[in-house]
Design a protein around this ligand. Structure first.
Ligand SMILES: [Zn+2]
Length: 296
């Protein structure tokens, strides 16, 4: 689905709402408070009513759309743009493209879409899996092994070859921290895990109980040895860095994890023809994200 399809299929608030109703309640409307079956009120505002708890609500109540003053057609267009832009799209660009009043509104909109993406299932990875770490943000000081990285943020990348990607904003790159990401994301019966020979990686893989581990000896200048390499996770890192440098310009450490979730969500669904609908489904089932909570 492209922007023209979205505009053609969902040109009005009513059409947008109808789609959200089908996605949120495939088996008929339900009360967001008490989960009882609800009825549609037949008003032009498309409201629903729960007689069990005497509550009147719209399809967007209690979701990331909650209390938004933006028309749903703009929400739909923003969602499509965020799904389609391989390297992401800045709030500033969304604001200009969709004619949204203020930057803050556009920024909040993008974050709500991102938070819904963050809630998507992340199945354990198996098969051939690579792990590596990189640093983003901050200012480069020094080069190579002497480079200082204390003002940068650590990102752990885990990628199944020909499969899914996980990025995590990590507090450090120590073995205990890495082992936790391995345990939470890589299946114990993974066929083989590839990392470089950075000592913390070797310890982390052992701590996580992974048996088959192969390392590429970066410290001796080797980058590929047969099928032993970490090139597929590294290519995802370069996509991330182009996203951060080129699109988002500056990503604060506070929100970095959510940009990472967004990038992985899109990456893992790059061949999904229903990406737009899949994203809306997450949005209409994700909980409210208030501006206060986002900026707290
Ligand atoms: Zn109710």
């Amino acid at each position: 689905m492209n922007l023209i399809d979205v505009n053609t299929l969902f040109p009005t608030e009513e059409k947008c709402r109808e789609l959200l109703v089908r996605l949120r309640w495939p088996e008929g409307p339900r009360c967001p408070r008490c989960k009882a079956n609800a009825v549609e009120l037949g008003t032009d505002k498309q409201l629903f009513y729960c007689k069990d708890c005497d509550y009147q609500f719209s399809v967007t109540a209690g979701t990331v759309f909650n209390d938004s003053h933006l028309p749903l057609v703009k929400w739909f267009a923003a969602t499509l743009l965020l799904c389609e832009a391989k390297k992401g799209m800045s709030a500033c660009q969304i604001q200009r493209t969709l004619g949204i009043g203020g930057y803050k509104t556009a920024w909040y909109l993008c974050h709500r879409i991102r938070h819904a993406m963050a809630l998507a299932d992340k199945p354990m990875l198996d098969g051939k899996v690579e792990m590596d770490t990189t640093y983003v943000g901050g200012v480069n000081r020094g080069k190579g092994i002497c480079a200082r990285v204390d003002n940068k943020e650590v990102v752990v990348g885990i990628r199944k070859r020909n499969g899914d990607l996980r990025f995590f904003h990590s507090k450090d790159a120590r073995s205990g921290t890495l082992a936790k990401y391995i345990r939470e994301n890589i299946s114990e019966d993974v066929e083989v895990m590839f990392t470089d020979d950075f000592y913390a990686n070797t310890v982390a893989v052992r701590k996580a109980g992974i048996k088959n581990h192969k390392t590429i000896v970066h410290s001796k200048g080797s980058y590929v040895n047969g099928d032993i390499h970490t090139n597929t996770v590294e290519s995802a890192f370069s996509l991330l860095k182009r996203g951060i440098m080129g699109t988002w310009h500056h990503v604060s450490a506070k929100h970095l994890q959510f940009y990472l979730y967004e990038m992985c969500f899109r990456f893992d669904r790059r061949q999904n023809p229903n990406l737009f609908l899949d994203t809306l489904l997450h949005m209409v089932t994700a909980p409210v994200l208030t501006f206060e909570k986002l900026t707290a």
